[in-house]
Design a protein around this ligand. Structure first.
Ligand SMILES: Cc1cc2nc3c(=O)[nH]c(=O)nc-3n(C[C@H](O)[C@H](O)[C@H](O)COP(=O)(O)OP(=O)(O)OC[C@H]3O[C@@H](n4cnc5c(N)ncnc54)[C@H](O)[C@@H]3O)c2cc1C
Length: 386
């Protein structure tokens, strides 16, 4: 039987970040992931400088061995309407990474014991501990298994399903001929909201790769929306007509629309397992990283009290960082659709509003400072393995 204080189910950005942060505090952990790494993840692959800062990644060093596409502008619009260009003259406001590289980089450096290629099959309680897969004994279970996390399902057993964003994406290497013909600039991702405002599509070039996708908070006829989006882009000559790769689908929950439990006795959820993506953009890597850092801090201070009361500060920290959830929808969602469409159409024609509200606030979250890491010195009294 493998014994550990913290068992983390899922080795994506949430799982590797909590392990990395715990390790710095002298707390060892085990990560269980059903995939072998490097593994890909359906994602556009934008990360903001705040994420790189929180993860203490030296961007120049990272760029020497991985794709790291600096972003200095955005083209944003409503489908069927001319897009507006927002330029940023200072440092890059965002970066493009490839998840197959980024997640592997984070996992390899995190310092946890890795059990890869092993899915979670069983969880049972024994005294004050969890026994997972009949082979790992842990005093705390962290659910970091993404949207379909089995730990999230385990503690939210009787809950009705929340409305998820469903998305499809493809990423492929551009041939030299495709690179020559493709007018999409690598520094300038393009975003197009759907006319019913239930989602948006994107075209994003990262070095020699092109990423195209579309996500909607409505799962009906997603493939049709993706097809129409791609035909429009092909007709406009913005993407190659011969897309070589198939589209792959995935889902995620927006923070405001999720209402699942984030903690239970000796259990915490982080990242997509907790349903944390930013409501307007669907960005989920930053909330995954930040929830992991906040959870690590609570684990560090809760000592042996891993009860709901002991873990409660995590809920308080999450609410302080991400706000109060509104599963019923916010004020804007109460407005009639036609009214919202007219409003959006006007908003997305206005250069100042697009740059300052849509890009800066909604997509880049520049108003939120990077989360400060607490003192990384090990807590000596917490170094016991279990
Ligand atoms: C199409 C699309 C585009 C996106 N674009 C962006 C973007 O550009 N920028 C951004 O910030 N966010 C984006 N997101 C959201 C982002 O991908 C997620 O928020 C992020 O991956 C969450 O990280 P995580 O570690 O919580 O989960 P994940 O990255 O999903 O990792 C979960 C891990 O758990 C493992 N796992 C799952 N089930 C089990 C099991 N039963 N047993 C063991 N292991 C298991 C998986 O193998 C996986 O490695 C996008 C999402 C989609 C769908």
């Amino acid at each position: 039987m493998l014994e550990t204080r913290v068992l983390i189910v899922g080795g994506g950005p949430a799982g590797s970040t909590i392990a990395w942060s715990l390790k710095r505090a002298g707390i060892s952990s085990v990560i269980l992931d059903k995939a072998h790494f490097p593994r890909d993840k359906v994602c556009a692959g934008w990360v903001t400088p705040a994420v790189m800062q929180e993860l203490e990644i030296d961007v120049d060093q990272y760029a020497r061995e991985h794709v790291l596409q600096p972003i200095t502008a955005f083209r944003t619009g409503l489908m069927g309407q001319d897009p507006v260009q927002s330029e940023f003259l200072d440092d890059p406001v965002s970066f493009g990474i490839r998840r197959v590289e980024f997640d592997d980089f984070l996992l390899r450096r995190c310092g946890a014991e890795l059990r890869l290629g092993e899915g979670l099959k069983s969880i049972r309680s024994e005294g004050n501990h969890w026994i997972v897969n009949d082979s790992i004994r842990a005093s705390l279970l962290v659910g970091a298994g993404g949207h379909f996390c089995p730990v999230a399902r385990f503690i939210n057993d009787n809950k009705s399903p929340e409305t998820a964003v469903v998305a499809q994406e493809t990423e492929f290497h551009l041939s030299p001929e495709q690179r020559r013909r493709c007018p999409v600039l690598a520094t300038t991702p393009e975003l197009f909201f759907t006319p019913d405002l239930k989602g948006y599509g994107w075209v994003f070039r990262k070095g020699e790769y092109l990423n195209i996708g579309l996500g909607r908070e409505d799962k009906h006829k997603l493939a049709g929306h993706v097809e129409r989006f791609c035909s429009g882009l092909t007709e406009a000559g913005r993407i190659p007509a011969d897309l070589p790769a198939r589209f792959r689908g995935h889902a995620y929950l927006l923070y405001s629309h999720a209402d699942r439990k984030l903690i239970d006795e000796r259990v915490m959820l982080i990242g997509d397992a907790a349903g944390l993506a930013y409501p307007q953009s669907g960005e989920g890597i930053r909330p995954a990283v930040e929830s992991a850092l906040l959870a690590a801090e609570v684990i560090r201070h809760c000592g042996d009290d891993r009860s709901v009361d002991g873990l409660y500060p995590y809920l308080e920290e999450m609410e302080a960082r991400f706000g109060t959830r509104q599963p019923g929808g916010g004020l804007i969602e109460l407005l009639p659709m036609r009214f919202r469409q007219i409003l959006a159409s006007q908003l997305l024609k206005n250069q100042w509003l697009v740059k300052n509200l849509v890009v800066n606030r909604w997509f880049l979250h520049r108003q939120d400072q990077a989360l400060k890491q607490h003192d990384p010195q090990p807590d000596l009294e917490l170094q016991n393995p279990i």
